[in-house]
Design a protein around this ligand. Sequence first.
Ligand code: ZN
Length: 505
Amino acid sequence: MPDDPQTLYQSVCQQAVDIARLESAEALLGWDELTKMPAAGAEHRAEQMKLLSGIIHQRWTNPRLAEQLAILAESPLVAEPHADTAVNIRRLKRKVDRLTKLPQSLVEELAQTASLGQHVWRKARAEDDFAAFRPVLEKTFSLKRQQADAFGYDECRYDALLDDYEPDERTANVGRVLAELRERLVPLVAAIAQSERRPNSALLQQEFPIERQQRFGRRLSAAIGFDYSRGRLDETAHPFCTGLGPNDCRITTRYDARSFGSALFGTLHESGHGIYDQGTPTEHYGLPLGETISLGIHESQSRLWENLIGRSRPFWQCFYGEVQEAFPEALAQTPFEEFFFAINEVRPSLIRVEADEATYNLHILVRFELEQALLDDDLPVADLPGAWREKYAHYLGIEPPSDTDGVLQDVHWSAGMVGYFPTYALGNLYAAQFFAQADADLGGLEPMLARGEFHPLREWLRENIHRHGQRYSAAELVERVTGKPLSSAALIEHLRAKLGPLYGA
Ligand code: ZN
C-alpha cells in the first residue's frame, strides 16, 4: 500500500536533513582546509572531500527520492504555494530535478575541468599569460553550454546557469536593471573623477597594529549582531562565511597592518552574511525553509552592513572616537570629516575586489556582458582580452596594462562559475532597496545608528527576510518587503545623497 502523503513527506524531509548533515561535514572539512590544516594534509583532505561529495551526490540523485518528490508534487500538500510543506517540496524537487538532468560523464568532466582550470589560471595569472589559459577556458565554456542545454531554458542559455546562483531570476530582467544602473552610474562616476575634491586616502594606509585591528573588528561585528556564542571569526587568505549547522556559523577575514579598511570592512561584510545565516530558522535546519534564498539576497545582507551602515556618517559618528583611541598614532589628529571622506573615496580602478561602492557595479557589468557573449559563442575566447580592455575603457575610463590586472584577475570562470557575477550587483541593489524600506518602516535609522543601536534594524531584517528561509523567491521577497520590484533607483539615490556632498558632484 502506498504511503499517505504526510508519511512520505516526513521521510523525504528526514533524507534531506541527513544530506544537509553530510554537506555540513564537507563544509567543515573545507573550512578547516582554509584556516587550520597543515599544507601537507592536502592530499588526504582531497580524498576525504571526494568521497564525501560522491556520497552526497548519490543521495541527492537516488531515484527513490525523485519518485517520492514527484508523488508529493501532485499531492494536497502543495495546494497552498507558500505553506511550509509546499515550499519544501517545490524547492527540493527542483534541486533533485536539476541534479539528475546532468549525465554523470558531464558532471565528472565539469569537475575535472574546474580543478584543472583553477590550476592553469593561477599560473597564467602569475605569468600574465592569457594564451596559456585560453584552451582550458574554451573547454570550460563548451562544457557550460552543454550543461545549460541539459538543464534546459525558456529564453536564453544564460538563464539556465544563472539559476544555480539566483533561482528563478531571468537574464533579461537583470540585463534591463543593470543597463538602467549603468546609464545613471557612468555619468556620476565621471563627474566624481573630474571633481577637484580628493580625499586624503594615504591616512588609511598608515601603521594599524594587527592585534588592535582584531580587537576592534570583533567589537564592531559583535555590536552589529554577529552572535559569537553561535559563530567564530578566523583568518584566511580570502575571506568567506560558511554555515556549518543551525548554531555554528564561521566567518573569516584577513589583516594587513598597512590598511585600515581591508580587514575591518571585510569583517563587517562577512558578519552581514553570518547574521543572515544565524537568522534563518533553526527548526527548519536542512530543509529549504531553513536555508538562505540566493546569492543575491545573501550579498544584500553583507553589503548592507558593510556599505549602507559601515560607511555611513551616523555609524562613524558613533565609533570614530573609539577608532581614534585604538589607533592614536595614525588617527588622533585626523578630523572626522577627513576620515569619513577617505573611507568613501570613489576612484575608477582595475581590480574588482578593491573597487569602491560606486564603481564596483561597473566591474560586474563588464563580466556579465562578456560571459553572456562567451556562452552564446558570440565572442571567441581568443578575443576576450581585447573585449575586456574595451569595456573597461568605456565604462570606467581606464585600461588594464596587463591581463593579470585585467581578464585574469578573477577565479570564477576558471572554476566553471558562469552566471555568478551578477549576484554581486544584485546584492548591492537589493541592499539599497531593503535599507530604504527599513529606514521608512523604523521612522529614520540615522539617530539609532549614531547611538550604536543596531538591534531594531537587525530585528527588521530577521522579521522581513531571514526568518522566511526560501519561502519566497528573491523577486517575490523584494516586492513583498518594499512594494517594488528589483530596481536601480534606491542604490543611485543612496550614492548621490552620500557622494554628491563629498565630491560636490
Ligand atoms: Zn559576500
